[in-house]
Design a protein around this ligand. Structure first.
Ligand SMILES: Nc1ncnc2c1ncn2[C@@H]1O[C@H](COP(=O)(O)OP(=O)(O)O)[C@@H](O)[C@H]1O
Ligand SMILES: O=P(O)(O)OC[C@H]1O[C@](O)(COP(=O)(O)O)[C@@H](O)[C@@H]1O
Ligand SMILES: [Mg+2]
Length: 519
């Protein structure tokens, strides 16, 4: 084993001032490096793939710290100040106001006795020291990508959190997404301005797709004297945030970049779930219920409800599990077929004979291959490069109607409901509102503490600071081999559309290797 220790002065506290790192691709080749402010720091990129070890841990317990960048990594002389929260009334009787830098959150919590401890992230929350004087902070907030219930709550809580907890007054709203940095005027955000916005759907700041120009954005950040950037958005937005952080680091300017993950599809990796998802699942019940009422009231009623979910069928899966009125759920991750034994038509016929009606919920990304084939559609994309989806709901409704009228000589009463934008446009429910507050506070504490290039989010119910690349490197999809999908199949008793294990394995591999098509 090649074990070379670069320096040995482990008296500095772990982690961002220093950490003992096991730089290793395999357990047989370990290289120990001591990272400190007073020695050449490793960049967060180097650090990402590195196995980190705190001094009192044995090298073999497999502890990995997925560290986030800190402003001091590229501005080593940056002064720090006592956190003003120590004088805050709100936190006056809290047992432990500040999160210890040694507190980490484990990515995997179901482990076996002898398995390595695995990947950990810094626990989110206020730190004893901050790297900004409140009166010198000029923060900005931007929202990008598609809508999602709760965006306004996050905006509100960032503004109120910065102001009430840290005494920050200078907060700007960037309007219309990334392009707003260089093409629109900013708006001043105060607790008064944002007081009621959480009661409305959408985004108070407006949003857009496309228009990410890293240089122009960072030029603008510099010109306006902005030193904290809060970026609310999905996978595309977070990729853009990583580029902004990298440019900021290159220019060596004191700007903290914090990402708050947003997507109604729940397709962001690492975090437990995204805000607005619960609200969406709840609202989807109304559409499913309407479909059920309609089809129950007629002869041979077939209800089709299309829900959002471009690459991930989480909304459809959870809405189905919650409803119990759904006979069959179709998601992008689980290929289906229409005709023949074990196919959808056979199942619909069976349910119609048994119950007189059937309700199908499908995610918008399901069966896209079929629709494209039948329409000879071109591969169209939106301004951000996301593939524009074809209406699988309409396609499926037509296919079912044609099959039963022409082939089975049996008239069906088709009711197709597309509530997608109605679901996305509502304000967040109570639990999402609380979740949004925690995300906003975590982001504010992280930026004030000098962390940058990070995303916040709950990992096993504990909020953590996660390197942006971690959440963008893959898409969170429904794993057909996990128990949740099995629970759904057991609940609806629908066909699996997989007639042998070999096929299941193929699908699983495809899904595990799944990547969003590059733009
Ligand atoms: N790979 C990327 N690099 C830089 N910016 C990106 C990237 N992908 C998307 N963006 C920008 O992020 C913003 C939102 O992306 P989009 O995919 O529309 O929504 P979401 O962030 O919700 O996934 C857009 O302004 C887009 O230009
Ligand atoms: O029509 P729009 O506004 O481009 O959005 C449609 C898409 O946005 C989504 O809600 C996801 O959006 P994001 O990637 O921005 O989170 C998808 O479910 C849907 O396909
Ligand atoms: Mg996206």
């Amino acid at each position: 084993m090649d074990l070379s220790v670069h320096t040995a002065s482990p008296s500095l506290p772990f982690p961002h001032h220093s950490s003992l790192l096991f730089n290793s691709c395999s357990h047989s080749m370990l290289r120990l490096e001591y990272r400190s402010l007073y020695w050449k720091p490793l960049s967060w990129r180097q650090n990402r793939a590195i196995r980190a070890q705190s001094p009192n841990q044995t090298p073999n317990d497999g502890f990995v710290l997925d560290d986030v960048p800190h402003l001091t990594h590229f501005l080593p002389d940056l002064p720090s100040y006592p956190n003003p929260l120590q004088n805050s009334q709100a936190y006056a009787i809290v047992k432990q106001t500040f999160v210890s830098p040694e507190d980490v959150v484990a990515q995997r919590i179901v482990v076996q006795k002898d398995t390595p401890r695995g990947v950990h992230f810094h626990r989110a929350g206020p730190r004893e020291k901050v790297y900004f004087k409140p009166e010198e902070v000029c923060a900005c907030i931007v929202t990008c990508g598609g809508l999602c219930p709760g965006i306004n709550t996050v905006i509100r809580e960032i503004v109120c959190g910065l102001n009430y907890m840290y005494g920050v007054d200078d907060i700007l709203g960037i309007q219309g997404g990334y392009r707003g940095f260089y093409s629109k005027n900013t708006m001043r955000l105060t607790p008064k301005v944002v007081n009621d916005i959480h009661k409305r759907g959408g985004t108070f700041l407006q949003t857009s797709r496309g228009g990410h120009d890293t240089h122009k954005i960072v030029d603008n950040i510099q010109d306006r004297g902005i030193n904290q950037v809060y970026i609310i958005g999905g996978d595309g937005t977070q990729k853009g945030a990583a580029l902004i952080y990298e440019e900021v680091e290159k220019r060596g300017i004191q700007v903290a970049v914090a990402g708050i993950p947003k997507t109604i599809d729940n397709d962001i990796a690492v975090i437990d779930k995204s805000f607005g998802f619960d609200t969406a699942v709840e609202e989807a019940q109304r559409a499913i219920n309407a479909a059920h009422v309609e089809v129950e009231s007629v002869e041979n009623g077939v209800g089709v409800v299309k829900l959002m979910g471009r690459y991930s069928g989480f909304i459809a899966m959870h809405a189905t599990l919650a409803s119990r009125d759904v006979d069959c759920c179709l998601i992008p991750e689980s290929p289906f077929y229409l005709e023949g034994q074990g196919g959808l038509f056979e199942f619909i016929e069976k349910r119609l004979k048994e119950n007189g009606h059937v309700v199908i919920v499908l995610a918008e990304g399901a069966g896209q291959g079929y629709v494209a084939q039948s329409m000879h559609a071109a591969d169209e994309r939106d301004a951000s490069g996301n593939r524009l989806l074809l209406d699988v709901g309409l396609w499926l409704s037509q296919k079912i109607k044609d099959h039963f009228t022409k082939v089975q000589k049996m008239a069906v009463n088709m009711k197709y409901i597309d509530p997608t934008y109605m679901i996305r446009a509502i304000p967040s429910n109570a639990s999402d509102n609380i979740y949004c507050t925690l995300l906003a506070h975590s982001a504010v504490h992280g930026a004030m503490a000098g962390y940058t290039g990070f995303t916040v989010g709950p990992v096993n119910c504990k909020h953590a600071y996660i390197p942006i690349a971690r959440v963008t490197e893959r898409t969170n999809t429904v794993k057909l081999t996990d128990r949740m999908w099995a629970r759904l199949l057991a609940s609806t008793n629908q066909p699996t559309f997989l007639n042998c294990n070999e096929k299941l394995q193929e699908v699983d591999e495809e899904i595990n290797n799944f990547k969003i098509p590059s733009i």
